[in-house]
Ligand binder design. Structure first.
Ligand SMILES: [Zn+2]
Length: 815
């Protein structure tokens, strides 16, 4: 009896009724909006709700961040819906095939993708509480999926920083330290990537793990909660032009329906807001566009505040903006979104089915060919998006040719593949593969070109008819390495090869490279071929075993040879077959460098190449002895004349004695000029439209004539230059701006000639003139060392796959 009585009490205390659920303020022990809640406390509150009300809240841990914080999702709905959650999900997914009969609205709310836009996670707690209490009627026909924090590492970076630096009580004076985060803000994730640029490229573990969940649901509605500058009024849908042409009338109209409902609440409270401006729907890697291209109504909501606002700050018009105000606004739009979705559940389901059926796209199939390693990288991305593809082993296909920009054909004799729009993910296929996204307006928030064949360095055509795939037998790569050989040879043309080399060097294996093509026993080898000789590695214990293990891991095709005597070219004992240095690498951070651009390099070394780097902050760089390093990487940033005469002369001496600088983007500005190296900024004549005064009302249109908003250009490659080993005779470069430099006297590896019309994306006419005959990548020999210039960014957002080998060449091949 006593036992029974106690279990009843226990049950009652766990399953408290909705009225007894603790609000966030009651649970946390402070009024919501008076503190920033740390991530583990947020997780605790969600856990508490799931434990207290398990019939209406389910929690899933879907992964972990780089810094080991949990990533969680809460499913919130009525008792009946949650009991049938899996059935609801299956029925909903069948709608993408046209066979489902779903009736519930699926709403996904994502908070705090930018860590220092810190109100979002706080608002999420108030929102879930309200849904479970006063607004529970919405849940009868609606499943709400809440991700309280997409970017916990960034958000805790901000919260912890703010807690350290805030005044007590908080200081509303915007000059106070608590409103100035410094070089590394909480916006990005651990590797300083912007997770709201990563939905399509999936370079970051947060995105990779989240997308698995997203693809299990494909919600009707997705909201990405953000913050913008302190003085901006609230922004909600409908979004600004340009809209990508695949966005359906219903997707446009429903944004208006939602916006009008939000406006009703904002009007009643006298709150300011705007719509239809700034935030457009084009670039596919955002938290609004990516869901849209998957059939959702995807939206960005922006509160004014972000890392500048703290708990309270004086705004431009002299009012005080508090965290409580910010919570109230995001809370209101969040609930209003669920309200409208619940009222329109049937319509949302009908239209979701239609979205997946009517695909009348001009191009039906994209046919690609290229190196197997490169195709494999693309396949792995497509798998993450649930995009189906097939193999092609032979045939000739006609259509729009990516390499010429006009009609042509593509012949395949072994490594080919096809991706068609005739599939549930057809819209996404079109957006990611089409040669040129149609721009309804060139004033956009982000890059205007991203076409995957260019990014992945594959030859392709877009066909207006459906191309069916062929069955390919997976050919097994044999890397049986016998100990009797004189040397082992392997090609050099992909990031996989660079990883293979990095792993060999990390394991103490000595590797040489061919700077000239050669043939041996009738087989030809190109520049950059790796030559691993028995002679070099005689003293290395377990050499053959180690080589075998590493070759197997990277599926490398190794050619053993019993002689160093070549048919043509240089014998392996020749002094021109150089040993590859195992470089010690330093990368500058802080100061003038951009966090995003530094982060790409950091991520490249640790997560892609798997090679050690030393990060040296600008604060103490002067006190570091550069002679301890072979390579200094200067990430893009705002350098101006960052290095004084003394520092420049130190750098020059170090390079003269054999050091190597890799100067990227804006860092080149710090090296040019009389006292610097040989690089020269391009001087261009102003054209006539720049000389004459322009009307004020046109200033923005005029400004973009000088802009390149991320466009793709066909550039020339000199692949006899070590910086370009492994490439063909041209390269499609993603240009992010119009900064341009003259050709080097020698060593231009990649460059633009006169014709500078972009192959894809937008470039203003003045910008096109400015980049004519300019350097993209090059090497200046200086004393015994080198300076490698990278005007364009081969590591941009980690997704421009075909640029990465240039960076690897700069590390290992240039000497
Ligand atoms: Zn944001």
């Amino acid at each position: 009896m006593t036992k029974y009585f106690f279990s009843l009490i226990l049950l009652a205390s766990i399953c408290v009724s909705a009225q007894q659920l603790k609000s966030p303020s009651e649970f946390l022990g402070y009024e919501l909006g008076t503190q920033f809640t740390r991530h583990h406390e947020v997780v605790d509150y969600y856990k508490y709700l799931a434990e207290s009300d398990p019939d209406r809240v389910q929690l899933t841990v879907y992964g972990k961040t780089n810094e080991r914080r949990p990533l969680i999702l809460a499913y919130v709905s009525s008792e009946e819906n949650l009991a049938n959650l899996e059935t609801i999900r299956q029925e909903h997914l069948k709608d993408t095939e046209g066979t489902g009969n779903s009736s519930k609205a699926i709403v996904w709310l994502s908070y705090n993708v930018h860590g220092n836009e810190s109100v979002s996670t706080e608002a999420s707690m108030k929102t879930i509480y309200e849904l479970l209490t006063k607004k529970s009627s919405y849940l009868e026909n609606t499943v709400v999926i809440m991700d309280p924090c997409i970017n916990p590492d960034g958000r805790d970076r901000y919260s912890n920083w703010y807690n350290q630096y805030k005044n007590t009580p908080y200081q509303v004076d915007p000059n106070s330290k608590e409103h100035h985060e410094g070089w590394w803000s909480g916006r990005s994730n651990h590797y300083m990537f912007d997770l709201n640029r990563d939905w399509a490229w999936l370079t970051q573990i947060e995105s990779q793990q989240r997308l698995k969940m997203f693809n299990q649901w494909l919600p009707h509605i997705h909201v990405d909660f953000h913050e913008q500058g302190v003085n901006n009024p609230y922004y909600f849908a409908p979004a600004a032009e340009p809209y990508h042409e695949v966005i359906t009338d219903f997707q446009r109209d429903f944004q208006v329906t939602l916006g009008r409902n939000h406006a009703k609440y904002f009007d009643a409270n006298g709150w300011f807001y705007f719509t239809k401006e700034v935030f457009d729907l084009l670039y596919p890697s955002y938290g609004d566009t990516y869901p849209i291209y998957n059939g959702s109504i995807g939206m960005t909501y922006e509160q004014g505040g972000s890392g500048r606002a703290g708990l309270g700050v004086i705004t431009g018009i002299g009012d005080t903006l508090t965290l409580k105000d910010r919570i109230a606004h995001h809370f209101t739009t969040g609930l209003s979104t669920v309200e409208v979705s619940s009222q329109n559940a049937e319509k949302l389901n009908d239209e979701f089915r239609k979205f997946h059926q009517n695909k009348e796209f001009k191009y039906k199939s994209y046919v690609l060919k290229g190196d197997k390693d490169k195709l494999d990288v693309l396949k792995s991305l497509l798998q993450k998006h649930n995009i189906e593809y097939g193999d092609l082993t032979s045939g000739s296909y006609r259509g729009h040719s990516y390499s010429t920009g006009s009609n042509g054909s593509l012949s395949i004799n072994k490594n080919g593949m096809v991706v068609s729009t005739d599939q549930p993910k057809g819209t996404l296929v079109k957006v990611l593969f089409e040669p040129n996204a149609k721009l309804s307006d060139s004033l956009t928030y982000d890059i205007t070109a991203w076409s995957l064949p260019y990014a992945y360095g594959l030859d392709a055509i877009a066909s207006t008819s459906i191309v069916s795939s062929q069955n390919m037998q997976e050919t097994s790569v044999s890397s049986n390495i016998s100990s009797g050989s004189y040397a082992y040879l392997t090609d050099w043309n992909s990031m996989d090869d660079a990883r293979f080399l990095a792993t060999l060097l990390n394991n103490g294996i000595r590797v040489r490279k061919a700077d000239h093509p050669f043939t041996i026993k009738g087989k030809s080898f190109d520049r950059g071929t790796l030559i691993i000789t028995k002679g070099d590695n005689e003293n290395k214990d377990g050499f053959i075993q180690t080589l075998q293990t590493i070759a197997t891991k990277f599926k490398k095709d190794i050619t053993p040879t019993s002689t160093g005597f070549v048919d043509s070219g240089k014998d392996f004992g020749s002094s021109s077959i150089q040993m590859i240095t195992k470089p010690k690498i330093a990368v500058l951070s802080g100061g003038p460098t951009s966090t995003l651009r530094f982060g790409e390099i950091w991520h490249f070394f640790e997560q892609q190449l798997h090679y050690p780097l030393t990060i040296i902050d600008d604060d103490y760089a002067d006190r570091v002895d550069l002679n301890d390093y072979n390579i200094l990487v200067l990430p893009d940033g705002r350098y101006g004349n960052h290095f004084n005469e003394d520092q420049l002369s130190k750098l020059k001496n170090w390079v003269r004695q054999g050091g190597k600088i890799i100067a990227m983007g804006g860092s080149i500005d710090a090296l040019d000029g009389e006292k610097g190296f040989g690089i020269e900024k391009k001087k261009t004549e102003k054209d006539s439209s720049e000389k004459s005064p322009q009307p004020y009302k046109d200033w923005e249109r005029e400004r973009i004539k000088g802009a390149i908003t991320g466009a793709i250009f066909k550039t020339k490659v000199d692949n006899s230059n070590p910086l370009a080993y492994g490439y063909g005779s041209d390269y499609f470069s993603l240009k992010l701006g119009s900064s341009s430099y003259e050709y080097l006297k020698n060593g231009n590896a990649v460059y633009l000639e006169q014709n500078t019309k972009p192959f894809s994306g937008f470039a203003g006419i003045q910008a096109q003139n400015k980049i004519s005959e300019s350097l993209i990548f090059g090497v200046e020999n200086f004393g015994r060392g080198q300076v490698v210039y990278m005007v364009d960014n081969p590591l941009f957002r980690g997704f421009w796959e075909n640029g990465k080998l240039f960076f690897a060449n700069a590390l290992f091949m240039v000497d």
